[in-house]
Design a binder for this molecule. Structure first.
Ligand code: CA
Length: 233
């Protein structure tokens, strides 16, 4: 079965890098579009809704960080994965970009092979997060989660969770051992009409652990990254 080609938007003002990326993406089986500045990037994203964006940070006009900020704070395209392309010495921008919701980054000069591997990883993660909610019951040791019924039980006793707590728990418990960033968790529980910030995720997790009682420790903090559901729980 052939899958539709994933469409990647390359945003880069250095022509030789742009050409190199375009060539290699096509060769690797992607469909690739190019933009040479931030304005063009935003227009292309709105018009073509790519599956992933390779985003140079130092661009003429609207810079990469601003493109990232507008995407993540905005309407269309807010969930498209972004891999930043950065130059040496842009560490602060990298941190800022990750805080703004970029998924990953590569420092120039980079290996095409490594970049392609990261693209695959980011796309896989994205498709996992997009998977429709499976109504099947999840059993994790003393904890059982019934997505279809919005019901959680600890050692057979029902636990009252808010919608957000439930979604966060479900996302984590579906993939024990997988680390989720706060951004990914925020993304996964979107759809409610209130904004969930990074800080709010920490608050949700704290509340969730408390309500889960003896199972609270199943949710582990991964310092500097996010959270994961204990492997083997
Ligand atoms: Ca540049």
């Amino acid at each position: 079965m052939t899958e539709a080609k994933k469409r990647i938007l390359v945003v880069e003002d250095e022509e030789d890098i742009l050409a190199l990326l375009h060539f290699n993406l096509i060769k690797a089986g992607f469909s690739a579009d190019c933009a040479e500045n931030g304005e063009e990037a935003l227009a292309q994203i709105a018009a073509k809704s790519p599956d992933l964006i390779l985003l140079d940070l130092m661009l003429p006009g609207i810079g990469g960080l601003e493109v990232c900020r507008r995407l993540r704070s905005g309407e269309s395209g807010s969930e498209i994965p972004i891999i930043m392309l950065t130059a040496c010495g842009e560490e602060e921008d990298v941190v800022r970009g990750l805080e703004l919701g970029a998924d990953d980054y590569m420092t120039k000069p980079f290996s095409i092979k490594v970049l392609l591997a990261r693209i695959q990883t980011v796309l896989r993660r994205k498709s996992f997060l997009q998977q429709e909610t499976d109504a099947e019951e999840l059993i994790r040791a003393a904890l059982s989660i019934h997505p279809g019924r919005n019901l959680v039980q600890v050692e057979g006793r029902p636990v009252e969770l808010t919608f957000t707590e439930f979604k966060v728990l479900e996302v984590l418990a579906r993939k024990p051992g997988w680390v989720f960033t706060r951004y990914q968790l925020v993304n996964a529980v979107r759809g409610e009409d209130y904004i969930v910030t990074d800080r709010a995720v920490d608050v949700q997790i704290a509340g969730l652990r408390k309500k889960l009682g003896r199972c609270g420790h199943y949710i582990e903090t991964v310092r500097g990254v996010g959270y994961r559901f204990q492997e083997g729980a």
